[in-house]
Design a protein around this ligand. Structure first.
Ligand code: HEC
Ligand code: HEC
Length: 418
């Protein structure tokens, strides 16, 4: 009969117990991985950077006016479109559709505005260099709000005079100004705009820019809140196994490991917002039925000639405060079909994905990274990843741990009281 040595049995049991404990507390993170996890934690997110081009960016009163404008459907050609029509507060400030729908249909997917004050560039192609200047785009887009700047200036004078003047000072004289005029596709308003004196155009532009500045002051207050992932990182920091287990499942943790390692997502989706705020060509397929999209190649050129950029006459910044645009390398062939890296915070609640909603699910997104197909134009920076079906599922599971509440005073998360 086999005699079991008591000491050997004890050692064996001790080893088994250790293995069990190690497994129960999840994978071990190396020093480097722990540092990477800390960098991703929402605790690392500073307040949005100052915007010297908008002197009212941090004014509460400007934000209150901005919130009213954000929800006001009168800022449109048909009285039915507000910013909030496409950026719905209860849909993570986007609309859940492939292409945004206003007066017409856009050729890109609606981006969230949560946390976007942290980005030096706005839009998928970065054709705007501030949130206030961004806001002016949809207002005059023929498929979004469909109106013109003079119409909005009249609306401000008629409906918001007191609020506006308390933030920006006196409105200019509007006597004799047509109801509709602006550099828009609509021919009558365009002709009326061309007929205006330079001084009139300048007064209209100034009020129009201020509309954007108030809206930006509002948008800056909408930030992402902590998600399960952040609770997990906090637990890793303190070595609290029970809290680690409560925050994320085995598969989600395995997905996180892949995100940092084999799948190389961190290369572009780093930092507490899971974005480097840069532009990359990741070989996303062209959207069927839409004109070819040049991405950053077109956006970089556009922002340089935009009269509402940081260097323009309506900016409150000194030229030396406009580093981003002064050192912008526009027209570089590498920019062809580069798009802005979106934040992955709350990504599971924001289907469909990519700049024109090309992918319906996160599984399709991760499968795309795994395949790394050639780009429809320009060069994709991706390499095939060789992930198994199980690993793809784990990455998808991990992405869902980035969902959390919107962090903002409750009053900003709904239409303002009339
Ligand atoms: C018809 C739907 C629609 C309306 C109305 C609309 N947007 Fe958007 N929004 C979009 C789409 C689509 C994009 C991306 C467009 C692109 O990249 O070309 C976008 C992008 C943005 C971004 C960029 C976010 C980022 O991370 O770069 C901000 C900010 C934004 N919109 C704010 C506003 C504001 C403010 C208004 C009102 C003045 C507004 N939007 C009106 C659909 C809309
Ligand atoms: C080379 C930079 C780069 C790498 C590496 C990268 N991404 Fe992205 N990611 C982007 C860009 C750029 C977009 C937007 C592309 C577009 O819309 O055409 C994007 C979009 C996404 C989206 C869609 C978000 C949305 O709101 O539409 C998800 C999800 C995503 N990436 C997850 C990942 C994961 C997971 C990995 C690792 C497997 C990864 N990314 C690796 C640059 C990158």
């Amino acid at each position: 009969m086999l005699r079991i040595d008591k000491r050997a049995a004890f050692v064996l049991l001790a080893i088994l117990a250790l293995v069990f404990l190690a497994a129960a507390s999840g994978p071990q993170w190396s020093q480097q991985e722990r540092a990477e996890l800390r960098e991703l934690s929402i605790d690392r997110l500073p307040p949005p950077p100052a915007d010297p081009s908008n002197r009212v960016a941090d004014s509460e009163r400007a934000a209150e006016l901005g919130q009213r404008l954000f929800f006001d459907q009168r800022l449109s050609a048909n009285g039915q479109v507000a910013c909030a029509s496409c950026h719905l507060p209860d849909k993570l400030f986007q609309d859940g559709t492939r292409l945004g729908k206003g007066v017409g249909t856009t050729d890109r997917r609606t981006m969230t505005i949560i946390g976007t004050a942290h980005s030096p560039w706005q839009f998928w192609d970065g054709r705007k260099d501030s949130q206030w200047s961004q806001a002016l785009g949809p207002l005059e887009s023929a498929v979004e709000h469909g109106g013109d700047r003079t119409q909005y200036v009249h609306l401000v004078a008629d409906a918001y005079r007191a609020e506006y003047e308390s933030v920006f000072g006196q409105l200019p004289q509007l006597a004799g100004l047509p109801r509709h005029a602006g550099p828009v596709p609509e021919p009558k308003a365009a002709a009326a705009w061309r007929a205006l004196e330079p001084a009139q155009k300048d007064s209209v532009n100034r009020v129009f820019a201020n509309v954007g500045k108030a809206i930006a002051a509002y948008e800056r207050r909408i930030e992402p809140g902590p998600a399960r992932f952040d609770a997990y990182v906090a637990a890793v920091e303190t070595g609290d196994a029970a809290k680690m287990d409560a925050a994320m499942t085995r598969d989600e943790i395995a997905g996180l490991k892949l995100f940092l390692g084999k799948a190389q997502c961190l290369q572009c989706h780093g930092g507490p917002l899971f974005t480097n705020n840069e532009f990359h060509n990741t070989g996303v397929p062209a959207a069927r039925g839409l004109a070819a999209d040049l991405g950053r190649l077109a956006g970089a050129k556009q922002v340089l000639k935009d009269e509402f950029n940081c260097l323009g006459p309506y900016s409150d910044a000194k030229p030396e405060q406009c580093g981003e645009i002064r050192f912008l390398d526009a027209g570089n062939a590498q920019q062809l079909r580069q798009f802005r890296v979106p934040s992955l915070r709350n990504v599971a609640g924001r289907a469909p994905y990519m700049h024109a909603g090309q992918f319906a699910t996160l599984r399709e997104v991760v499968a795309h990274y795994n395949r790394a197909p050639a780009a429809p134009a320009g060069h994709s920076e991706l390499k095939p990843l060789g992930l198994s079906a199980r690993e793809i599922d784990q990455l998808v599971a991990f992405l869902a741990t980035l969902s959390g509440p919107v962090r903002a005073d409750a009053k900003w998360l709904q239409a303002p009281a009339p």
